[in-house]
Design a protein around this ligand. Structure first.
Ligand code: ADP
Length: 625
């Protein structure tokens, strides 16, 4: 019998599969098993809708076996089967779903793209097999047929014997070559673990004949035994009824699947029906994985279509700021044959991603409200991620995320949210105050903190280098400005006092300008009310603050920035008087004293002193006067 030729487009595809540079060859098994599962689905459906079809649901199964010597893998099912005509139509040409996409494809696209574009299906078996034999008996028919092909030059279809309905596919595995170890697919354990990995939640049992060696007590020798094992779990946890799942089950599932020794801090189990149906089971880990803050960390959720794993890490399902979330999404609305490029435009996926995001925010908010201790632990691990999400993309997502922030403060022992801050604001307090520094202790020592504390206003302690960028991005909360107290013009004094200091600054303008011009790297010098016991402080004016200068300059890049610095002098301190006197009587001495004050204010801020020797000599000179 003459060989039949594949349809032109199938030929192209097959060519791609045979000469595949597709690295993920192992997915052929997933494809064949899900075809088998679909075929059983069809028969099952038929039995429900046609009373002449009598099958026992309990008998449905998929069998896999490996023959290392013959170099074959066989996958059989007792599904609907195919007639000769169906073998011709289904396997002689690309399945309709695939072909339409294939046709739309531009010729010039690279091979690898085409494979990715419409998924792989039956033909993927040619990535590992040099010959494929499909024996099939369609349900209700008496004649079985065998379809056989060694690839591109065509296929044959012949009558054959098969007693039971269903399909049996035999792959004749290619010989190993320099680049490929095809023989690994002939090992039982490789095949069984691939089935567990990709097809664990196929709803029919996948059985495999396994060879196990067992120790025989009597003969005192180990014997090889054949056992038939069911490899898949079938009903996935995420499809089970929430109320019947114990915490232990959730935790075991989580640790098995995501290799975490610690139980998750929260889980989100949902099943949605409507425009898009899906089941999802998400987890918030209780600690960051060791590689979380490195480039090698890949975000994403496992994506299933009706129990069949499509993708290990579907990044499109999670925004970057929730990249720590682990979990599984299963939707019958997703096509198995979906590629990464198509995913990005897939509406179903976007809809799912949006609703998952809302659920994650809600879960975190509940955790924050109900289990603050746990939430703080979460925030310690992943707060940086949320903060990054706030200032990333010019603050596009700040409104969604700002309530997830928590801070330590000057008034309370525990961490608080921005909302809690605003709720606790004192009468007359107009702004939300924050201060940045290396540690709470260091912030507390800053002279600028004093006057705010005296008013009993709360200060948000910002000890994370990102905090300042984050709060600047947020700008205001609940119509209250977020104010960095280490910036110029933070004056809590009353109108009268404000007027007085303005006058004083005006009267002393010449002297202040003189001091400013004698010190390098300073924008201006002025008297202030905000210092109570401290003589001076160094603050910034403009967008770049002193903390930012420190943070940016400490980064291992060439970028260096400098805050515009203002030296503020306590108008009510003895030093103010002294400066006045020196300006009148000894300008050289004024320069020296100002220099000491300026350098000291740099030290208070944690900035370095350019010439410590000079400073020490200056101080000594003053001490010995
Ligand atoms: P897809 O599964 O995306 O349609 P495939 O190339 O994998 O594409 O399969 C082509 C067609 O062949 C299927 O749509 C199905 O009709 C038929 N088919 C494949 N495997 C089986 C099977 N085990 N039993 C019955 N029909 C099958």
């Amino acid at each position: 019998m003459a060989k039949k030729q594949f349809k032109a487009e199938s030929k192209k595809l097959m060519d791609l599969m045979i000469n595949s540079i597709y690295t993920n060859k192992e997915i052929f098994l997933r494809e064949l098993i899900s075809n088998a599962s679909d075929a059983i689905d069809k028969l099952h459906y038929k039995s429900l809708t046609d009373e002449n079809v009598k099958v026992n649901k309990k008998d449905f199964q998929i069998n896999v076996s490996v023959d290392e010597e013959a170099r074959t893998i066989t996958i059989s099912d007792n599904g609907i089967g195919m007639t000769a005509e169906e073998l011709e139509n289904n396997l002689g040409t690309i399945a309709k779903s695939g072909s339409s996409v294939f046709k739309e494809e531009n010729e010039h696209k690279k091979n690898i793209d085409i494979i990715g574009q419409f998924g792989v299906g039956f033909y993927s078996a040619f990535m590992v097999a040099s010959k494929i034999k499909v024996v099939s008996l369609a349900y209700g028919e008496s004649d079985a047929n065998v379809w056989e092909s060694s690839g591109i030059d065509g296929y044959t279809i012949k009558r054959c014997e098969k007693d039971t309905y269903g399909t049996e596919i035999t792959l004749f595995i290619k010989e190993d070559d320099e680049d490929n170890n095809y023989s690994e697919f002939l090992h039982e354990h490789t095949i069984s673990s691939l089935i567990k990995k990709y097809s664990n939640y196929i709803t029919y049992p996948i059985k495999m004949k396994m060879h196990k060696s067992e120790y025989n007590e009597e003969t005192k020798e180990s014997e090889e035994k054949e056992v038939i094992e069911t490899l898949n779990d079938m009903v996935p946890l995420w499809k089970r009824n929430k109320s019947k799942i114990t915490d232990d089950e959730y935790n075991t599932f989580y640790s098995d699947k995501f290799f975490d020794y610690e139980a998750p801090i929260a889980k989100i189990h949902t099943s949605a029906e409507g425009l898009v149906s899906y089941n999802s089971l998400l987890f918030i880990p209780s600690h960051a994985p060791y590689d979380f803050y490195t480039k090698s960390y890949e975000k994403g959720l496992q994506l299933y279509s009706n129990g069949v794993l499509i993708m290990e890490k579907c990044a499109e399902l999670l925004p970057d700021y929730f990249s720590f979330v682990k979990g599984v999404v299963d939707s019958p609305d997703l096509s198995l044959n979906i590629s990464r490029e198509m995913l990005q435009q897939d509406k179903t996926l976007t809809t799912i991603a949006k609703s998952l995001e809302t659920k994650i925010i809600k879960e975190l908010t509940d955790l924050q409200n109900e289990k603050r201790e746990d939430y703080n632990k979460f925030f310690e691990s992943f707060g940086a991620n949320i903060k990054f999400g706030i200032y990333d993309q010019f603050g596009m997502n700040k409104d969604k995320l700002k309530d997830l922030l928590v801070f330590k403060t000057s008034l309370k022992d525990k961490s608080i949210t921005l909302k809690e801050y605003v709720d606790g604001m004192k009468k007359g307090q107009e702004a939300i105050y924050y201060c940045c520094g290396e540690s709470i202790d260091k912030i507390d020592m800053l002279p600028v903190v004093e006057s705010i504390k005296e008013k009993n206003y709360e200060i948000l302690y910002c000890t994370d280098y990102m905090d300042e960028f984050v709060l600047q991005t947020i700008g205001e909360y609940d119509s209250k400005k977020l104010v960095n107290i280490a910036k110029e013009n933070v004056d809590l004094s009353d109108e009268e006092e404000k007027k007085q200091i303005e006058e004083k600054n005006k009267d002393s303008k010449d002297m202040l300008d003189f001091i400013a011009s004698s010190i390098d790297g300073i924008e201006s010098v002025k008297f202030t009310n905000r210092l109570k016991n401290h003589p001076v402080c160094l603050v910034s004016t403009g967008d770049v603050t002193i903390e930012m200068e420190k943070v940016i300059n400490a980064m291992p890049t060439d970028e260096h920035i400098s805050a515009k610095k203002v030296l503020e002098i306590n108008a009510n301190h003895k030093i103010a008087e002294k400066l006045d006197n020196l300006y009148k009587n000894d300008k050289e001495e004024l320069k020296r004293v100002s220099k000491i004050l300026y350098e000291s204010s740099r030290l208070i801020e944690g900035l370095s002193v350019e010439n410590p020797t000079e400073l020490t000599n200056l101080i000594c000179e003053e001490l010995t006067k």
